[in-house]
Structures are given as structure tokens and as C-alpha cells.
Write a new protein. Structure first.
Lengths: 326, 320
């Protein structure tokens, strides 16, 4: 009857299904692989050179490409931006490619925010309601003296908790593995962030220096928020489709479409209103040039939140009103 | 009036009442204007062939589906307006006893006790004993037989001390021993604990043996409702079986009083059985006519109809 008991039920169901263990394994295996591959590649890449020298060389390479003129328009924009970013680092005497365990953790937030974490959120969310239909247990769950809205609310609470734990766990595993490869210290190092393009060039006014741990907390907060929003949208597909496979398939298709669309159709501006385009919140925050001009972290977060709220409203409405005939 | 009729007399409190339930799927009316009351302490049978609208009706009784017309009242509470309170009085199994297979029996019961007012969890040991599952309670449900799942489902339904237990085809998929166990359990719950038991079935013999009252549903409509004995009597009141010699002559004499037919096995025999349909008030005359004609009558008995015959009669010949 009491809400905590209902949430406890949903957590029990999460924890006792194989899914949760699979997700934990995926995270450990994937992060381990990334660290291993990166540390290998890195040794070859630097070859013991000083970072000042290495960065200057890279800037020269980019300038050559630009002068060459054969680069496509969209890449030119990115190249100029990167050039400005590197120059800015050299001017401030901050290594743009510094490595440390904490920096790896920070980088993981960006990398995971647009595919891995949403993917895991989808894995959790897609069967929250549909599994009850598939098992037939929905008939028991909805004939107990608990209003349907409260049943779904308890499921939502457990889902948000599971996603939160997954993001936290991802960060912890990244730190553990990153630390093995690059050392555990360096949380106090300054990082330059907020690179924003104003038209064609980098806007130096927006660049700030921030202590790494604060930057990391912010980035993870954004990645977490994005994952929660994806979870809310996936919950709606689970309610609507009543089949885990169909719900997961739909969300995965959306996710994949979202990662290719900006590359295939960069000029279609309306795609910035799609939820998938707005998932890489940490990227938009740290100032990688956005795929669509005009995407800022604030806009992206607001768009995601609007999607999530609308999805939840629809999910509750359908769940409460619809006849259970399966 | 038979004993069943007095048992379910109007003195007993109505626990659940379905009033003019109607449900449409598109153009098809799956359930049309179905009404009945279920009273405390009785086993109420809901009989009909597969696809007659039984499960759809049950889904409306437990709030899984919304009726297009009509309403369900449980202990006087309107189900659609007072869902949480009304369902507090109900325990049910809809279609199959589907529980969480990856959890143990005990975990399943704990899960559903958390959806009830406090104290439900304390009843778990007692209920496990009642349905004879104490030994296997800590095994995963995936290892249970269908009969055990059915019993766990009943334990689950009883967790909240319901006033009415709604069971949808509880005999489905069970072996004869399992069917008997469930039947005894239902009778026990009704007579010892005063619970109203609503049970749907497509098996006539099942309903005949278990239920006090029955409603027959066919193509979404209730065709007959009442105490089982009363329904059977209504059909069977004019049925007689006689053993007579010579059987052929006896059949000829009885024919004017009503229908009379020699039993198949005895067509050629001298002495044999006759199945006759003679209204009660004409039976003495018929017997006098037989003796007057010198026919030996060895036995006369009222033949009891089965619910099946009731069913055939009310549905106009369609079998279950």
C-alpha cells in the first residue's frame, strides 16, 4: 500500500533479472577495452615527444589541410575551431591532450553520453511495463488495491534509480581502470572549457578555466540527465508497444538515426528538436562544435526535458486508461 | 425448493453485483447486458463455452477492462469510482496463474503483500499451509508444476483476506487430482470462511459438482441463472425411465401421454428400458394404463438431467 513498498517491489524485479548483471558486465568489459586500446595507441602516437612540440605539429597539419582547400565545408568549420582551441591551450600553457585517470573519467562522460548510457537506459526501460504484459503478471499487478498511476509511478522511480546507479557505476569503473593506466591523481588540474563558436570562429570570451573535478561532476550530471530523459521516453514505448523487443528496437533505431542524421543531413536544422540530437549534453557543455548551429547546452537540456515530460504524460495517460486484454 | 436454493437464499449478503455489463470490441458486442449477484459463502459458477465472453466479463469485474455500459459493485462500492477500496475486498486469478517465474513462491507472496495494507505478509505461512506449498515456498516458481502455480495463485489471491475470490477457469490444465484439490479448496473457503467464490468454467461437470448457483453465458448473454438443482429440475421435471415387459407394447401405450422411446440396447429385447417425457400430473394415469394392458412394470424412476442438458436446451442445441 505504501509507496516505498511498491518501489521496493520494482527494485526487486530489476535486481533479480539477468538484465542488470548483463549491464554491469557490459560496462566493465567496455571500459576495460577502451582503456587498454587507448593506452596502447597513445604510446605509439606520442613517441616520447614534448606536448608543446606535438601540439605545434598538429596545428601546422591542420593549417596545411585548410590551405589545401580540398576539405569539405563542414569539416573546415570544425578544423578552424580545433585550431583555435589548440592555440588557446598553447597560449595558456595547458596541455590539450594531458592524460590522467581523472581526465579519462571526464572523457568517458562525453563519449558515453550519446550512445552507451542512453543504450543502457533503454535496456532497462524497455521492459519495465512490457515484461509484465509478456509474463501475464500485469493482470495481478493491476487488480491489487493500488491505483494504476501509483503502480507506474513506482516503476518510474525504480527505473530512475537504476539509471542513476548505472551512471555512477560507469564513472567509478572508468576511474578504476583509468587509474590503472594513467594514475589516480590529478583531480585539481585546470581544464579549459566552454569553447563556443561564434559563426566561423571560436569565441574566446566564453572560454573558462575550471578545476577538473568540478568539470567532471558537471559533465556526469549532464550525461545522467540525458540518460534519465531517454529512460522516460523508452518507458513510453514500453507502455505503448507492450513488447520488450519492439520497444527496444524502436528506441535503438531512434538512437542510431540520431547519430547518423547530423552527418547525412547537416543542413536540416529542424533536427535540433529531435531528442536524439540533444543527447550529447556534455559535448555541448564543453564546447565541441555542435552538429547543428545554434545548439547550446541550455537549449539541448530544455528540449530533452520537454520530450521526457511529454513522454511521461502520455505514458501515464495510456497506462491508466487502457484496457488490459492481453 | 432444493437445498441449494435455500443455501443461496436472499438472506445472505451480496458481495459482488454486476449490473448490465456490456463491452464492445469495434462492432462486435463481446458481452451484452450481463447481470448477476454473488453472495457471501456461495460458490457461483459462470459457465459458458470458450469465447462466450467469460474472460471479458471477469476483466470487467476486476477493473482490467472498462465496461461500455453497466457497472460493477463490490460491497456496495462502485469499482470504477472507488477502485482501491473496492479491490481491497477482491482476490483473483485472471486466465492463467501468472506469477514472477524468476522469483520464489515466498518472494512472489511478499511482492503482492506489499501492495496490500500492513499485516498481509504475516499470513504467508498460514496460506502456504492451506494450499499445501510450505515445503516448496523457497523454490523458484519456474520449477513449479501448473497445479502448484494455480495453488500459489490462490494463496496470493487470499493474502488480503478477500470477501470474494474470482477464479478464471481454475481447472484448466490440471490433472484430475489437481482439479479435485482446487474444488475442495473452493468449497472449504465458501463454507468455512464465508468467502464468496466466483468461478468461471467451460466444464459442466465441474460446475455441477462445485457450485451452488450458476449463470450460463453464451455469445455474450446470460441465458439462465439460478441454483444448479433448480436449473436441472426445470429441464428434467418430466423425464422418466421405466423398465417394462413387453417393452414394445409399453412404449406404444405410453406414447399418447408424451414422448416415449425404447433405449437403444433394448430395441429387440422383450424386457427393456424406456425413456419417456411425461408431465408429472399424467404419470399415475400412464402407469394405470400400463397395468390395465397387462404390461409388467419393474421400475419407474425420475431420470436426472445433467447441466449439459440444461445447457443444450438454453443454447438451443450448441454444445459446450
Amino acid at each position: 500500500m505504501r509507496f516505498p513498498g511498491l518501489v521496493e517491489n520494482e527494485i526487486l524485479k530489476f535486481a533479480r533479472q539477468r538484465r542488470f548483471r548483463v549491464v554491469v558486465l557490459i560496462l566493465v568489459a567496455l571500459i576495460g577495452l577502451i582503456v587498454f586500446a587507448q593506452s596502447r595507441g597513445r604510446e605509439r602516437f606520442l613517441g616520447g615527444k614534448d606536448w608543446h612540440v606535438e601540439t605545434q605539429e598538429r596545428m601546422a597539419r591542420i593549417q596545411n589541410w585548410l590551405r589545401d582547400g580540398r576539405m569539405p565545408k563542414s569539416s573546415q568549420r570544425w578544423a578552424r575551431f580545433e585550431l583555435d582551441r589548440l592555440r588557446y591551450h598553447v597560449d595558456r600553457d595547458v596541455n590539450p591532450d594531458a592524460v590522467s585517470g581523472p581526465l579519462f573519467v571526464r572523457g568517458f562522460a562525453n563519449a558515453a553520453s550519446y550512445l552507451l548510457l542512453p543504450l543502457l537506459a533503454i535496456v532497462f526501460a524497455s521492459d519495465v511495463v512490457s515484461a509484465e504484459f509478456a509474463q501475464g503478471t500485469i493482470k495481478l499487478l493491476l487488480t491489487r488495491p493500488v491505483a494504476r498511476a501509483r503502480v507506474l509511478a513506482s516503476k518510474l522511480a525504480a527505473l530512475l534509480l537504476a539509471i542513476t546507479l548505472t551512471v555512477l557505476f560507469g564513472g567509478i569503473v572508468a576511474y578504476l581502470f583509468g587509474g590503472i593506466a594513467y594514475g589516480y591523481g590529478g583531480w585539481e588540474a585546470p581544464v579549459l572549457t566552454g569553447f563556443r563558436s561564434s559563426g566561423e570562429r571560436l569565441d574566446p570570451a566564453a572560454v573558462r578555466s575550471i578545476v577538473l573535478w568540478k568539470d567532471t561532476v558537471l559533465a556526469y550530471g549532464l550525461a545522467w540527465f540525458a540518460a534519465l530523459c531517454v529512460g522516460a521516453i523508452a518507458l513510453l514505448t514500453s507502455v505503448l508497444l507492450r513488447s520488450t523487443a519492439a520497444a527496444m528496437g524502436t528506441m535503438l533505431a531512434a538512437l542510431i538515426a540520431g547519430t547518423i542524421l547530423p552527418r547525412l543531413a547537416p543542413s536540416w536544422e529542424a533536427q535540433k528538436f529531435l531528442f536524439v540530437t540533444n543527447l550529447p549534453l556534455p559535448d555541448y557543455y564543453s564546447g565541441t562544435p555542435p552538429p547543428i548551429p545554434g545548439l547550446t547546452v541550455g537549449f539541448a537540456a530544455a528540449t530533452l526535458a520537454a520530450w521526457a515530460v511529454a513522454a511521461l504524460a502520455a505514458a501515464f495517460l495510456v497506462f491508466v486508461k487502457r484496457d488490459v486484454l492481453a | 425448493m432444493s437445498t441449494a436454493a435455500t443455501l443461496s437464499g436472499s438472506s445472505r449478503e451480496i458481495v459482488l453485483s454486476a449490473e448490465h455489463l456490456t463491452k464492445r470490441f469495434g462492432r462486435r458486442e463481446a458481452v451484452s447486458d450481463v447481470s448477476f449477484d454473488v453472495r457471501a459463502g456461495e460458490v457461483f459458477g459462470f459457465l459458458g463455452p470458450n469465447g462466450a465472453g467469460k474472460t471479458t466479463t471477469i476483466r470487467m469485474l476486476v477493473g482490467l477492462a472498462r465496461p461500455d455500459h453497466g457497472r460493477v459493485q463490490i460491497r456496495g462500492l462502485d469499482l470504477s469510482r472507488n477502485f482501491e477500496k473496492a479491490m481491497g475486498h477482491v482476490g483473483c486469478i485472471v486466465e492463467a496463474p501468472d506469477l514472477y517465474k524468476y522469483l520464489t513462491g515466498r518472494e512472489n507472496l511478499l511482492h503482492f503483500s506489499r501492495m496490500l495494507p500492513e499485516g498481509a505478509a504475516e499470513r504467508i505461512p498460514e496460506l502456504a499451509r492451506l494450499v499445501a506449498l510450505s515445503e516448496r515456498l523457497d523454490d523458484k516458481v519456474s520449477t513449479y508444476s501448473l497445479g502448484m502455480r494455480q495453488r500459489l495463485g490462490i494463496a496470493q489471491a487470499l493474502l488480503g483476506n478477500p470477501d470474494i475470490l474470482i477464479l478464471d477457469e481454475p481447472a484448466n490444465g490440471l490433472d484430475p487430482a489437481g482439479i479435485r484439490e482446487i474444488r475442495q479448496l473452493m468449497r472449504h473457503l465458501a463454507s468455512e470462511r464465508g468467502i464468496a467464490v466466483f468461478v468461471s468454467s467451460h466444464l459442466l461437470s465441474e460446475v455441477e459438482q462445485t457450485c451452488d448457483r450458476v449463470a450460463i453465458i453464451h455469445r455474450g448473454r446470460t441465458l439462465a441463472a439460478g441454483p444448479v438443482r433448480e436449473l436441472v429440475d426445470r429441464v428434467a421435471s418430466d423425464r422418466l425411465r421405466l423398465i417394462a415387459r413387453p417393452v414394445k407394447r409399453a412404449a406404444e401405450i405410453l406414447a399418447p401421454f408424451g414422448a416415449a422411446e425404447i433405449a437403444d440396447d433394448d430395441r429387440g429385447a422383450d424386457e427393456g428400458a424406456i425413456d419417456a417425457r411425461i408431465p408429472k400430473e399424467r404419470v399415475p394415469d400412464a402407469l394405470r394404463a400400463l397395468t390395465a394392458a397387462g404390461v409388467d412394470v419393474f421400475a419407474v424412476e425420475r431420470s436426472l438431467a445433467s447441466l449439459e442438458e440444461v445447457f443444450l436446451e438454453v443454447t438451443g442445441g450448441e454444445t459446450v
